[in-house]
Design a protein around this ligand. Structure first.
Ligand code: NAD
Length: 250
């Protein structure tokens, strides 16, 4: 059933046409928000636009590389011009370039830091201006449990995701009195294209560490994002909410 709790709001979701981002886009739209999706692939961009519009919401589908600050600036200008009520930002786009440290090239490090961390800075800097004017805003950063526990072969990804947590808390402190909350959501193992390539051996070992006894699905993350975007979550800020079936505790 459609829940209109976000009617009158618009959300920009990076990487919002696939995987976890797609579930976030559709869940926010189902709750009444208009949507801007920033994505690299033209095929999935067209698909998500049609899906959101079939729900009766506006959807702006912008093709841009979030790792390029100039492209981000242009995307934000276009999104705020076409959706002036844009006050929810979900920094979801992410990549991995896994290599053990000695084999990790500078480009593997830089690419992951650009997409998984710097993009959030560029989008948040641009879009918090409008949120401040509206005296309402939601910045929701999709980090990872890896940012809190580290992982062999993922020094770049862990550093970016840990950086995103520090960034989230700093934004919460800077904008706390302006009606803007800033939170991070830290998924554990979620079944998407990003995790599809892992071997059965690695998957089996991981499952043994998940008290819920199952891997997560994109909707598990999207429901938490929708809650953090809502009016009901207005006194939650600077937090990291793990959506990991209990994989990491304490
Ligand atoms: N799947 C998991 O188990 C898991 C766990 C923890 C955190 N996460 C995080 O959740 C987020 C979504 O992951 P997913 O599993 O849905 O991944 P995915 O690979 O299925 O989707 C990533 C999305 O980001 C977009 N994207 C990537 N680089 C981009 C760029 N440079 N510019 C614009 N768009 C770009 C892709 O087009 C895609 O839509 C990521 O930040 C990821 O790190 C995922």
């Amino acid at each position: 059933m459609s829940d209109p709790g976000l009617q009158g709001h618009a959300a920009l979701v990076t990487g919002g046409a696939r995987g976890i981002g797609r579930a976030i886009t559709l869940t926010l739209a189902a709750r009444g928000a208009d949507i801007a999706v920033v994505n690299t692939s033209p095929e999935s961009a067209a698909l998500i636009k049609a899906e959101v519009e079939s729900m009766g919401r506006k959807c702006l589908s912008i093709q841009a590389d979030v790792g390029d600050p100039v492209a981000v600036k242009l995307a934000c200008e276009r999104a705020t011009a076409e959706l002036p009520e844009l006050d929810i930002l979900v920094n979801n786009a992410g990549i991995t370039r896994d290599r053990l440290l000695w084999r990790m090239a500078d480009e593997d490090w830089d690419a992951v830091l650009r997409v998984d961390l710097s993009a959030a800075f560029h989008f948040t800097r641009a879009l918090t201006r409008g949120m401040t004017r509206r005296k309402f805003g939601r910045v929701i950063n999709i980090t990872s449990v890896i940012g809190q526990m580290g992982n062999a072969g993922q020094a770049n990804y862990a550093a970016a995701k840990a950086g995103l947590i520090g960034f989230t808390m700093s934004v919460a402190k800077e904008f706390g009195t302006k009606g803007i909350t800033s939170n991070a959501v830290a998924p554990g193992y979620i079944e998407t294209d990003m995790t599809a390539g892992l071997t059965d051996e690695i998957k089996g070992a991981m499952l043994g560490h998940i008290p819920a006894g199952r891997f997560g699905v994109a909707q598990d993350v999207a429901d938490v994002v929708a809650f953090l975007a809502s009016q009901e979550a207005s006194y939650i800020t600077g937090q990291v909410l793990r959506v990991d079936g209990g994989m990491l505790m304490g």
